[in-house]
Design a protein around this ligand. Structure first.
Ligand SMILES: [Zn+2]
Length: 296
């Protein structure tokens, strides 16, 4: 199989998966449960989600490993099972990929803060990300995506861990919100331009945006990132299925697949090489995206 970066360099647009979390919830994952543990306890459900995305034409299968650092697994008393859970996540994705899809390990934020804002050190973050990305590589991942990031320092440490200690292709993706004063920034005040600069300096191969307020806002974020990269890095976009709304205490995403697909077309026009979905997107959204992107 040709390397992912080579296909992008040749101008191909690759389709990635939609959400994992909301798909697990629809299969019975309860709010108090560890989603990543399902790689060990409910492998058939995780495989079924991967297969559903493969069947609608995803080129990149994303592992169920988003909260797989020891920081996140500690909340469930599972921090001694980081290697096992991440290896299992990558193996399940690899089983479905079967030489037709790239396996992308998901690496989410630790949920902790670096000094002086929090109590964590750079060394401790580095060790946690290293442990996760090495296990993903051992399980068969081709690439990792450091995603839903809001702090550049944390993202940079995760990127460096993957770049210096693995042979994986490394993507970095941030989550932006529209600002009252105009423009876009992460929860930690990072602009799209600053995110690109940090990802590039840390050695990421691909940079972009995921989650957030949906495709409409992401088009402008991607335009800004495109200008900031000056062609140095390919871009990825994985928007949520629109703005989340709260109904009876549950977060609902109402965007129809056709609407998501229209934003996907605009995101590709804005310069992304990889397009997928985040929270609330399912196989129907990815099918619609693929049709819209690949038509003609
Ligand atoms: Zn999301």
């Amino acid at each position: 199989m040709k390397a992912l970066l080579d296909r992008i360099r040749e101008g191909e647009i690759l389709i990635a998966d939609g959400a994992m979390g909301t798909q697990l919830q629809s299969r019975g994952l309860t709010p108090g449960e560890c989603p990543e543990l399902w790689c060990a306890t409910h492998p058939e459900d995780v495989l079924a989600i991967h297969r559903a995305y493969a069947e609608v034409g995803s080129d990149i299968v994303e592992c169920n490993s988003f909260g797989g650092t020891r920081y996140k697994l500690r909340h469930y008393g599972l921090d001694d099972r980081v290697a096992e859970i991440n290896r299992a996540a990558a193996r399940l994705a690899r089983e479905v990929a079967d030489g037709r899809q790239y396996v992308l390990g998901s690496v989410g934020p630790t949920g902790a803060f670096l000094e002086p804002l929090g109590e964590e050190t750079e060394e401790s973050f580095f060790a946690a990300f290293l442990e996760q990305v090495q296990a993903l590589e051992a399980g068969g991942a081709d690439a990792v995506i450091v995603e839903t990031m809001t702090a550049v320092e944390e993202a940079a440490i995760a990127i460096r861990a993957a770049r210096t200690c693995t042979a994986l292709t490394v993507m970095a993706s941030f989550t932006f919100d529209p600002q009252p004063s105009g423009g876009y920034a992460t929860m930690m005040g990072v602009t799209p331009e600053q995110a690109v600069e940090a990802a590039l300096a840390a050695g990421a191969h691909i940079v972009g945006a995921n989650c957030g307020t949906g495709g409409r806002d992401m088009v402008e974020v991607i335009r800004r990132m495109k200008r900031a990269t000056a062609g140095a890095l390919p871009l990825i976009a994985m928007p949520n299925a629109g703005m989340p709304t709260l109904e009876n205490g549950r977060t609902i995403f109402k965007e129809k697949p056709e609407e998501t697909a229209q934003f996907a077309v605009r995101l590709v026009e804005a310069g992304v090489s990889i397009i997928g979905g985040c929270c609330g997107t399912g196989p129907d959204h990815i099918r619609a995206i693929r049709r819209a992107i690949r038509q003609g």
